[in-house]
Design a protein around this ligand. Structure first.
Ligand code: HJL
Ligand code: ZN
Length: 174
């Protein structure tokens, strides 16, 4: 497993700051947001996986990279990644998971919901740093869908300005 930094248990701001440092690694584009994400076993206080926008080949999102890197490391299909998630798995992401993608690719909300059907119940809580700006797909219903399915969504405050600056670094300014 990759070497990950360690933080005080449930220090949400420290994990969010780490997610932001990952977002900064993403190559800015005019057509998406640069986002960072961290998948954590909250009971063991262990980082399971990390990801940032366009980290994996193709048009990939931060949360998608987190899940796909973990499934790849376990030599399993991305569809089955829920089966390796511990009981208290939580996801930190600088921007709330997408529910619609201009590209038509599978949204990250659907990927997260897909983990629910596994024995341990998949991702339990999503900690997000900002709502998604309405730039590309209008209002994001991801958070509402996650909450309707029993996945808690928590806003980690204090990084909004930095997160949005990093997220929109490749956007054309008018
Ligand atoms: C989140 C990401 C990322 C976005 N959102 N939570 N994580 N890039 O890694 C949301 C935005 C989509 C556009 C374009 N961005 O990315 O709505 O080309 O980037 O599929 O809708 O869609 P594609
Ligand atoms: Zn996404």
């Amino acid at each position: 497993m990759a070497d990950h930094p360690s933080f005080t248990p449930r220090d949400h701001k420290a994990y969010m700051r780490f997610a932001l440092s990952l977002a900064e690694k993403s190559n800015p584009q005019p057509s998406n947001f640069c986002v960072g994400a961290v998948l954590v076993d909250e009971a063991a206080n262990q980082i399971l996986s990390t990801g940032y926008t366009l980290e994996l080949p193709g048009n990939t999102h931060a949360e998608q990279c987190c899940l796909e890197k973990l499934s790849a490391s376990e030599a399993m299909s991305a569809d089955d990644v829920g089966t390796v998630l511990p009981e208290r798995t939580v996801l930190y992401t600088t921007m709330e998971p997408c529910d619609k993608r201009a590209s038509g690719n599978l949204p990250c909300t659907a990927r997260i919901l897909n983990t629910k059907s596994s024995a341990n119940g998949g991702v339990k809580t999503v900690y997000a740093g900002v709502r998604e700006p309405e730039t590309f797909v209008g209002e994001n219903r991801g958070r509402a869908k996650l909450e309707e399915a029993g996945i808690a969504c928590v806003h980690v405050t204090g990084f909004e300005k930095e997160i949005l600056t990093v997220a929109t670094a490749g956007h054309h300014r008018s």
